[in-house]
Design a protein around this ligand. Structure first.
Ligand SMILES: Cc1cc2nc3c(=O)[nH]c(=O)nc-3n(C[C@H](O)[C@H](O)[C@H](O)COP(=O)(O)OP(=O)(O)OC[C@H]3O[C@@H](n4cnc5c(N)ncnc54)[C@H](O)[C@@H]3O)c2cc1C
Ligand SMILES: NC(=O)c1ccc[n+]([C@@H]2O[C@H](COP(=O)([O-])OP(=O)(O)OC[C@H]3O[C@@H](n4cnc5c(N)ncnc54)[C@H](OP(=O)(O)O)[C@@H]3O)[C@@H](O)[C@H]2O)c1
Ligand SMILES: *[C@@H]1O[C@H](CO)[C@@H](O)[C@H](O)[C@H]1NC(C)=O
Ligand SMILES: *[C@@H]1O[C@H](CO)[C@@H](O)[C@H](O)[C@H]1NC(C)=O
Ligand SMILES: *[C@@H]1O[C@H](CO)[C@@H](O)[C@H](O)[C@H]1NC(C)=O
Ligand SMILES: *[C@@H]1O[C@H](CO)[C@@H](O)[C@H](O)[C@H]1NC(C)=O
Ligand SMILES: *[C@@H]1O[C@H](CO)[C@@H](O)[C@H](O)[C@H]1NC(C)=O
Length: 552
């Protein structure tokens, strides 16, 4: 077994320290008289009691569950009015994304003095109540007939199964129910009343975390919070701002937050065009149903999961379907296009060079000319959908902006500060989220150790802890092996239940899924068993370069 300590070449030290820790009254400080030993591990000067979790998606719900089980005092903040994260489907769509040459509308000016309460009426500040509400919680980029691109068995939370006769290609609605069921089961869903008459109030929906600051003198984090509430009888929105203090914070806010608009020449001009009061060019985040595309000529921009799945949704309805795809060295060289299948109806066209300016902004884009990089031009397009991905760096700007992928340890702990801040940005929250939640709870209650900040940086800079994108299946498996080894070896020292590795039969389900849904003979049982025989140093390297990993 690869234990965390032997990985760092410190097995001797570990024995020393575990002895010392066992003798100490408060294991969580790992204090001995030997300063060189203390230097090896992260220590927390104060007991961690109050923990905030930001986001009630698959990751945040699991973190909150394990932190609660460790008897920490938890608050769970979610900007949406319900749990589910990305899987919370609504007919509501996000506020329109930002295009070049369009002034940003700032609806977010908080009062100077907190706590504060304001009431908004229709049209206050030039913004409708509906838009103010949608800006606040940001409806999700999922559409009505979205089918998960992972098998049912791999797209559910621990302890919550789908119905025995459910299809194994699960719909967004099934996944939404699964996540909500988990939230209710663990008493985190405050919509599912009564939670418990004497339970402390844990979850606050429609509550957006606006900022996160660490005090200079204290080691506590201050969250600035903003909640909106509909007052239907008076047709108003009630807005509240306040702050709360925490000893530790888990940021589980997801990766696909802000729609990425490609900066193609002329796109600002076209973005203002409307037909029948609707924009003709928009990001995929607002796509909901295929029926309105009946008989239309639709252009989808992009070649990844959204572009291809959306193309399959629209294809049976559209008159003509064009897809603008640019070459991608990794996708093309590594065969990842197996994961991104366009329907037969899709006509592939090259990347767009520019949009020729339009004079009339009310008649749609049909007469407009789109220049392609190969020198030709296309016209007669009814609607353009930008399936061009998402930016992650949208909230908590003061912290997130300087964040690099490598400022977060492989366990999720933030290394630029004392690691009482942690992120849950995993490719596979369904199985890694539980381990991560246990890791946060145990580190913060003194039942698992983290190396000192210096050692964490050394480990991360060595490059060993890059687990790749979701498509790096074996490397992702490696992350789970790391967790199981670390959590269990620490549990032997400090107590705590052992965690189970992934069930072996789940691999076969996954193999079958990939090989039948995507590419024949892509992966076999042998790949996994061979991987298991490899020492850590020989694990296959991620196949995407790390610069490409910033998707989280
Ligand atoms: C269109 C689409 C399809 C996908 N399909 C699949 C699939 O088939 N299979 C799969 O495994 N994965 C899929 N994913 C990935 C998906 O993101 C994960 O399955 C999963 O939802 C990630 O869980 P999470 O909890 O980390 O983040 P999320 O589910 O994104 O949840 C984050 C939560 O944090 C909240 N939040 C963010 N900022 C704040 C704030 N400032 N204050 C308060 N709350 C905040 C958000 O409202 C959100 O509810 C898909 C993603 C997209 C966009
Ligand atoms: N059914 C499902 O389960 C499902 C559906 C949708 C999304 N998802 C998930 O959602 C996440 C986001 O996926 P996504 O597809 O929205 O984003 P993405 O993976 O970031 O893909 C964005 C795509 O847009 C392309 N692009 C960007 N600018 C372009 C331009 N100017 N011209 C042409 N192409 C351009 C990119 O090309 P380059 O690669 O060359 O940059 C890429 O192909 C993923 O995790 C995915 O798995 C899942
Ligand atoms: C949490 O508190 C309860 C009640 O005091 C106790 O029974 C339980 O053992 C505690 N759990 C942990 C992990 O400390
Ligand atoms: C914390 O200290 C830094 C540097 O001394 C200072 O710039 C900053 O204003 C202080 N912040 C607060 C909230 O006191
Ligand atoms: C450019 O691409 C378009 C769309 O695929 C195609 O019809 C056209 O023939 C191409 N032109 C050249 C010069 O290759
Ligand atoms: C778009 O381009 C046309 C033609 O150059 C110009 O008349 C119009 O003002 C532009 N509109 C905007 C909003 O940029
Ligand atoms: C599985 O192993 C085969 C044979 O070594 C290899 O060609 C293939 O790339 C592996 N598949 C994956 C997904 O790593």
């Amino acid at each position: 077994m690869i234990s965390f300590a032997t990985l760092s070449g410190l097995s001797m030290l570990v024995n020393l320290i575990s002895l010392a820790a066992a003798q100490s009254q408060q294991a969580f400080q790992f204090t001995t008289d030997d300063a060189s030993v203390n230097d090896q591990w992260t220590t927390f000067p104060q007991r961690i009691e109050r923990v905030a979790v930001i986001g009630a998606g698959p990751s945040g719900l699991q973190a909150a569950t394990h932190l609660l089980a460790a008897n920490l005092s938890i608050r769970l903040f979610e900007r949406a009015p319900a749990p589910g994260g990305q899987w919370f489907y609504t007919e509501e769509t996000p506020v329109r994304e930002q295009y070049p040459e369009t002034d940003a509308r700032d609806t977010k000016i908080p009062p100077d003095i907190l706590p504060a309460t304001r009431y908004y009426e229709e049209g206050d500040g030039g913004i409708s109540l509906d838009e103010r509400w949608r800006e606040h919680w940001h409806p999700r980029p999922v559409w009505y007939d979205l089918i998960a691109n992972s098998p049912a068995d791999k797209t559910r939370l621990p302890g919550v199964n789908y119905a025995p006769d459910a299809a194994w290609e699960v719909s967004v609605h099934d996944v939404q129910r699964n996540v909500r069921a988990y939230a209710s089961l663990h008493r985190l869903n405050s919509n599912d009343n009564p939670i418990s008459s004497h339970a402390p109030q844990i979850t606050s929906y429609a509550t957006r975390v606006e900022s996160l600051h660490k005090g200079n003198e204290t080691d506590t984090w201050t969250l600035k919070l903003h909640r909106l509430e509909w007052l239907p009888e008076s047709k108003r929105l009630k807005a509240e701002w306040w702050t709360e203090e925490f000893d530790a914070v888990v940021v589980a806010s997801g990766a696909f937050t802000e729609a990425k608009v490609p900066q193609i020449k002329g796109i600002g001009n076209w973005s203002k065009v409307k037909k029948d009061k609707k924009y003709s060019i928009y990001h995929a985040q607002s796509y909901r149903h295929p029926e309105p595309y009946t008989g239309k000529t639709v252009l989808i921009v992009g070649a990844s999961v959204t572009a291809t799945y959306l193309a399959r949704s629209i294809a049976p309805f559209a008159g003509r379907l064009l897809c603008s795809v640019r070459p991608n060295q990794y996708r093309d060289a590594l065969g990842w296009d197996i994961l991104f299948r366009f329907p037969e109806k899709a006509e592939m066209i090259p990347e767009i060079e520019s949009f020729q300016p339009l004079d009339d902004f009310t008649a749609g884009i049909k007469a407009g000319k789109i220049n392609l990089v190969n020198g030709s031009a296309i016209t007669e397009i009814d609607e353009i959908i930008l399936a061009t991905g998402y930016n992650t760096e949208t909230f908590l700007p003061d912290l997130v902006k300087p964040r690099l992928p490598n400022s977060v340890y492989w366990t999720g702990h933030y290394m630029d500060d004392r690691p009482t801040l942690a992120y849950t940005l995993f490719n596979e929250p369904w199985r890694q989220g539980e381990y991560a939640g246990l890791g946060f709870a145990r580190v913060w209650t003194g039942k698992a150790r983290l190396p000192s900040r210096e050692r964490m940086w050394v480990n991360m800079k060595s490059g060993k802890y890059n687990f790749g994108k979701a498509v790096d299946f074996l490397r992702q498996e490696g992350l789970c092996r790391m967790y199981v080894s670390w959590l269990n070896s620490e549990a032997l020292e400090f107590g705590g239940q052992l965690v189970a590795p992934q069930l072996l039969e789940r691999r076969e389900i996954w193999n079958y899924w990939i090989n039948t849904q995507h590419k024949k003979d892509f992966i076999s049982h042998e790949n996994w068993t061979r991987f298991e025989q490899l020492p850590f140093d020989e694990w296959p390297q991620p196949r995407y370069p790390s610069a490409k990993l910033v998707s989280w």
